[in-house]
Design a protein around this ligand. Structure first.
Ligand code: SAM
Ligand code: SF4
Length: 326
């Protein structure tokens, strides 16, 4: 089998698929309160078009998929996309990144359609603070959402926390303690200076080394291999006898570009070879003209940047993660 290999020799087997650029939250590190210039509906790939792209890329070794956005659960009938992806031979793993608002309602139907697992974003366990960070009061309760995912058999459940100094870093220990009794993997993510950054700054970044030091006040953390079926750059630890684990994702203080195995498909059908930088390939135009796209991806991957340069960048100017399928 031919395998997608990028210009730095990395094997690409993981595709993140954004199904919408819209969101029902306005997280202060991701979207301005007034929202963004949304894509016109005609420019958004249909579920059939997304499935066709995956069908063409799977023979090149793309076997792991993540559905993301924007907020994927606000796009109607997402279970229809999941079932179309599930039947593509060779697709081994379908996961979802969500803010969790609609998860209690949809977890079971998504699992029934073939979704394997879920990453839930939750930056606080307190209702008033969730509303302040997401600038919306939608009644999101991270524990209820994680339990709904667990009940539906979506496993492993990962909870992603973007840590911001002075905003939610006083909840680090509360989040870490969840792993003592629940088989959940709580992952702390370093804040990245992307999007508009009107309300958060470099001063809000909590370096992971400091974070682990603070979490260690609960008990000794032992490095573990982490949940099965992980694709990504997280490093995992656990407390003795804990049901789950604590993970850290360190885009700022320790880069992991040398093991990058992923590319992103934007909601409007562009393949982004790196989260950062501007390299995008238009797949929608050839797809809608009935032409194959796999060879465009193969050639384009030779241009995938070897690493990102976030640390050298000034704040601002980069597209928000919601626009490129974070
Ligand atoms: N709406 C879904 C969600 O929130 O999980 C999926 C899309 S969201 C862009 C994907 C992930 O990117 C979330 O876990 C979010 O916290 C993270 N994210 C967005 N902007 C970020 C930033 N500036 N720094 C670190 N993580 C960020
Ligand atoms: Fe929406 Fe996710 Fe961005 Fe928050 S991080 S605004 S939930 S897309």
């Amino acid at each position: 089998m031919t395998q997608l290999i990028d210009g730095s020799g990395r094997k690409i087997n993981y595709l993140r698929i954004s199904v919408t650029d819209k969101c029902n939250f306005r997280c202060l590190y991701c979207m301005p309160e007034e929202g963004l210039q949304w894509l016109p509906k005609s420019e958004i790939l249909s579920y059939e078009e997304i499935a066709e792209i995956v069908r063409q890329l799977q023979p090149l070794g793309v076997t792991r998929l993540r559905i993301t956005g924007g907020e994927p659960l606000i796009r109607p009938n997402l279970d229809r996309l999941i079932s179309q992806l599930k039947v593509i031979p060779g697709v081994e793993d379908i996961s979802l990144s969500t803010n969790g608002v609609h998860l209690p309602k949809l977890a079971q139907s998504l699992a029934d359609a073939g979704l394997n697992r879920v990453n839930l974003s939750a930056d606080s366990l307190r209702a008033d603070r969730i509303a302040a960070i997401s600038r919306r009061s939608l009644g999101f309760d991270p524990i209820v959402a994680a339990m709904a995912a667990e009940r539906a058999g979506l496993s492993p459940v990962k909870i992603n926390v973007v840590v911001m100094r002075g905003i939610n870093d006083d909840e680090i220990l509360d989040f870490a303690r969840l792993t003592l009794d629940h088989p959940w993997h709580v992952r702390f993510i370093e804040l990245m200076p992307v999007g508009e950054m009107r309300d958060v700054t470099w001063d809000h970044v909590v370096p992971t080394d400091e974070l682990l030091d603070r979490v260690s006040s609960i008990g000794t953390l032992t490095p573990v291999s982490g949940p099965a079926r992980g694709n990504g750059p997280a490093k995992y630890f656990s407390f003795a006898g804990a049901a789950g684990s604590v993970g850290v994702i360190t885009p700022m203080t320790h880069t992991y570009c040398d093991t990058c195995n992923k590319v992103r498909l934007t909601a409007d059908g562009r393949l982004r070879t790196c989260l950062f930088g501007d390299h995008e390939l238009d797949l929608r135009t050839p797809l809608r003209a009935g032409e194959p796209v796999a060879h465009i991806v193969e050639a384009g991957l030779l241009e995938k940047p070897a690493e990102h340069h976030l640390l050298q960048m000034q704040v601002g100017g980069l597209r928000a993660l919601s626009q490129i399928g974070g």
